[in-house]
Design a protein around this ligand. Sequence first.
Ligand code: KE4
Length: 425
Amino acid sequence: MTTSTELMERAVQVIPGGVNSPVRAYRSVGLTPRFIERADGPYVWDVEGNRYLDYIGSWGPMILGHNNAAVREAVIKACERGMSFGAATELEVEIAEFICATVPHIEMIRMVNSGTEAVMSALRLARGFTGRDKIVKFAGNYHGHSDCMLVAAGSGVMTAGVPDSAGVPAGCAQDTLTAAYNDLDSVRALFDENPGQIAAIIVEPVAANMGVVLPAPGFLEGLRALCDEQGALLVFDEVICGFRLAYGGAAERFGITSDLVTYGKIIGGGMPVGAFGGRRDIMECMAPVGPVYQAGTLSGNPIAMTAGFVQLKELHGHPEIYDRLDQAGERLFGGIAHLLEQYEAPCTINHVGSIGSTFFTPNPVTDYASAKTSDTEAFARYFRFMLDHGFALAPSQFEAMFISAAHDDAVIDETLDAIESFLKM
Ligand code: KE4
């Protein structure tokens, strides 16, 4: 049996930092990452046979739980018909028709291979449609690693403590304007300073990459109104929220319609899928119909579409799953809030539906600046305690906990017991 330590020693020789995505390296929590061998339901097992109750869920895709039988069996059958054709398929038509029929504000959709690609394409489309160059984003929001989005970014960039990235040309970053989340005045100021130049506002309608931060009452509505007033497009980045906060995502949960929306994670059922969609008049600017180019060898890949389609049909066909996810979220995050109060812990918790974050700061966390007051060393101690006790959390203060439909009350109560043990220390 090989160990995670042995694998990491080999990995760092041939993969930068030993990982294919930085946040997996466990650097901010000071541990060797656990190399995972298999997963089922709410659990993952590492290469040494240790079982963990999983609150990463592949960073969101595994909303039904790991190794869902319907998804697995459909993927196995699809593989028998061939892996990839590089040609149009009936399945791509069916999944696009299904999404357009079941998500009210989606009139057309284009499949890509990651959330990053979905955002990059949606922003190029917004610029092409409006003829404007500048984009407004929010400090602490993470929209993937395309050049113009690596400005004041969240997630692994924030974890690394470098909110921008080397290698992004000034010429690219200069058209990315940064506002403060939940601060409409900071957005209006950017429009006043850049009249007629802003193509779009892109926002995580619930931020989940500086930890979970909810939109203040009126924030999303204010962005909608500003875009309408200024002739800019509103882009909801629902890579995390989409098909999680409701089947129709944050748009459904908060009753706000964006002009474009980006998806990832859940839409792929665990396979590499992203998508962008929205208003027909905007989407028809995409090649080969319109002048905005975007392409992808494996976009709409039949295996990936199979996994995503089966997952979406499971979710749409069983709306009670969302009631369960909300109940589970209330039990876990409400339970944590109670424990934090009972033990007078210098922490705060934000949550909505099946995602939430415990911040190691006594301050309310409403934006990037307040999230940054968190004691990341205290979080690292919490993370290590929970891992040692069989609970896999995201290895960063600035990520979310993800609950799946496979997390029953028993495992949630076990989680609360472990957290209480930590708080008692
Ligand atoms: P991907 O390119 O990683 O599929 O999606 C990028 C992305 C876009 N928009 C939002 C709101 C996102 O959360 C993400 C990716 N999320 C991170 C987790 N916070 C992915 C995990 C990782 O980077 O390894």
